[in-house]
Design a protein around this ligand. Structure first.
Ligand SMILES: Nc1ncnc2c1ncn2[C@@H]1O[C@H](COP(=O)(O)OP(=O)(O)O)[C@@H](O)[C@H]1O
Ligand SMILES: [Mg+2]
Length: 314
């Protein structure tokens, strides 16, 4: 019998990176093998390689240049036959305005004000951070003590057509932020990231490819109060998007502060680093297996999985 869909059971899976770093920074190096252990074949391509559009499933991982080409990127997310996380999730999450939705849903976030191009920018007193609403890798983010200097940076971003996000500088970042990693909506592992922004007036040291600020990461075992905040953020996002938290193959919630007063700095659903390298071999193996199981169930839900060909028709 000729199969109507030859790829059923053998889906072509692509991990999407960018031209500058097709396979990312190496953190995801174990993922191809983790999928292979479940009988799934995956390979890496830059997101703007047309071959991505012939894949059965594309998983965003290292698409770090999308912030400069957002319209093109969002159009591509809708052309790809199946994308994780899903295109609606990416569209919502690629603009930090989603923080306002989280706040509305009762998630404690770092206080955030948004100013579209043309809108007068109000700078609160004290040290502030000014950053583009569409941004990643700390590009365009700066600390200021001078309100005039903050307003000037905001004005530059606005002149380039970008909405600006202004937050009070939270000094608790000095001990780092906690990145909580969720796989298929469930708590997986965590790590801390050292402070990224240099003192007012200076700019961050970038990596060689120029796509992200250099980071210093450490393994972490956060208090449950932090995980609770992570779950709260994830549920708020899922509700807003009309999906289930299990539909997020991966999610990272970045939190500033400890158990007494944690605030969400970011919820990352597009292409967060998952910090696999911060895990020991055994924990990494287990976590990447969870990732692979998440991919498998996403395939099954789309009728592309290893179980799909066992239906009554075959
Ligand atoms: N309000 C803030 N207070 C203290 N540090 C901040 C603040 N906002 C950003 N930072 C620092 O800047 C980095 C980049 O900002 P972030 O909001 O995470 O944007 P992205 O990672 O998308 O570039 C953070 O990891 C943190 O080190
Ligand atoms: Mg960040």
């Amino acid at each position: 019998m000729k199969l109507a869909r030859p790829n059923v059971g053998h889906p072509r899976i692509v991990f999407a990176g960018c031209q500058a770093l097709i396979e990312g920074d190496g953190d995801d190096a174990g993922l191809v093998a983790a999928l292979r252990a479940r009988g799934l074949h995956a390979r890496w391509l830059a997101w703007d390689d047309p071959a991505t559009e012939r894949a059965d499933l594309v998983i965003l991982r290292a698409t770090w240049d999308y912030t400069e080409r957002l319209d093109e990127f969002l159009a591509w997310t809708r052309r790809v036959p199946n994308l994780l996380n899903a295109p609606d999730v990416v569209a919502w999450n690629s603009d930090k305005s989603y923080m306002a939705d989280l706040a509305e849903a009762g998630v404690p976030i770092v206080p955030s004000r948004f100013f579209a191009p043309g809108q007068p920018v109000r700078i609160p007193s004290g040290e502030v951070v000014v950053k583009p609403a569409v941004g990643a890798g700390s590009v365009g983010a700066q600390r200021f003590v001078s309100a005039a200097a903050a307003r000037a940076h905001a004005g530059e971003l606005q002149s380039a057509g970008r909405t600006v996000l202004v937050q009070p500088y939270d000094p608790r970042i000095e001990v780092g932020e906690t990145a909580l990693v969720f796989l298929a909506g469930e708590q997986s592992h965590a790590f801390t990231k050292g402070p990224l922004l240099p003192p007012p007036g200076a700019s961050a040291a970038m990596d060689e490819s120029g796509t992200y600020a250099e980071e210093s990461l450490q393994p972490a075992d956060p208090d449950f109060e932090l995980w609770d905040i992570g779950y709260l953020a994830l549920r708020a996002a899922a509700e807003r998007l009309g999906i289930s938290t299990a539909d997020f193959l991966y999610a990272r919630v970045d939190v500033i502060g400890g158990r007494d007063d944690p605030h969400v700095l970011e919820l990352e659903l597009v292409e967060p680093s998952l910090g696999w390298r911060q895990l020991d071999d055994e924990a990494r193996g287990l976590a990447q297996r969870m990732f692979a199981l998440g991919v498998e169930s996403a395939l099954d839900r789309r009728g592309l999985g290893p179980l799909a060909h066992r239906g009554p028709q075959s």
